[in-house]
Design a protein around this ligand. Structure first.
Ligand SMILES: C[S@@+](CC[C@H](N)C(=O)[O-])C[C@H]1O[C@@H](n2cnc3c(N)ncnc32)[C@H](O)[C@@H]1O
Length: 212
């Protein structure tokens, strides 16, 4: 689901960028480390500021970044022009990275979700797609807005989100292993459970086998 005008303003401003750079990025790094030299996908990249952090701070070699909104991809193209050759941008659906980039199974060493899965009506399908495109042992970095936040009067008055089947932090974490993703203790909630940040890794069946 696309952002309305109010959310577009809220997301594309210096305060949000500062939060993403100085708070979310260090927390995600503490939980899951950096991604030097990695092939990475970012779902719901918006105006591309997260993509820039994935390249500059996490150290990824290349990023495939997708967003449903052509206007956001236009902004991202302008922001990321100097990274030509390291970034592919596409208008498309996070639930189908094959359509957006031709991404095969296990195509990426990491996938980033900066606050987008709560916009997707079938959020479980998007987790299944994250798991499909991650290589065994690959990491899924997530920052999500939970049902607790979406139920707040301020959120409901200002923003448009799917209204049915939203997830609590516990429901999101419980869904991960069903899709072959393991978070263990590498997650944290903020503001009484309104926000969930964490890192899960794609189960590695061969690694699991050899450890038995
Ligand atoms: C809250 S914004 C976050 C944008 C950016 N990640 C950030 O942190 O600034 C959510 C973004 O997800 C995009 N989006 C919503 N549903 C999507 C889908 N199914 N596939 C790809 N992008 C989607 C919206 O267009 C919007 O840019």
């Amino acid at each position: 689901m696309l952002m309305n005008q109010m959310e577009t303003l809220t997301v594309n401003n210096p305060a949000r960028r500062a939060l993403q750079r100085w708070y979310e990025t260090p927390l995600l790094m503490r939980l899951g480390g950096r991604t030097p030299g990695a092939r990475v996908a970012e779902i719901g990249c918006g105006s591309g500021y997260g993509t820039k952090l994935i390249l500059d701070k996490f150290g990824a070699a290349r990023v495939d970044a997708v967003d449903l909104d052509p206007k956001m991809i236009g902004r991202a193209r302008r922001r990321l022009a100097r990274y030509a050759g390291r970034v592919r941008l596409a208008v498309g659906d996070a639930c189908d990275l094959r359509a957006a980039f031709g991404s095969g199974d296990g195509a990426y060493e990491a996938v980033f979700d900066f606050g987008i899965i709560h916009h997707i009506p079938d959020w479980r399908e998007s987790l299944a797609e994250v798991a499909r495109v991650l290589a065994p042992g690959g990491r899924f970095f997530f920052e999500e807005v939970t049902a607790a936040a979406l139920a707040r009067p301020s959120y409901r008055a200002l923003f448009d989100h799917p209204t049915r089947d939203r997830f609590t932090a516990g429901e999101f974490l419980a869904e991960l292993p069903k899709q072959g993703l393991q978070a263990g203790e590498r997650w944290a909630t903020r503001i009484g459970g309104d926000y969930l940040l964490g890192v899960a890794h794609r189960a590695d069946p061969q690694g699991e086998e050899s450890r038995r």
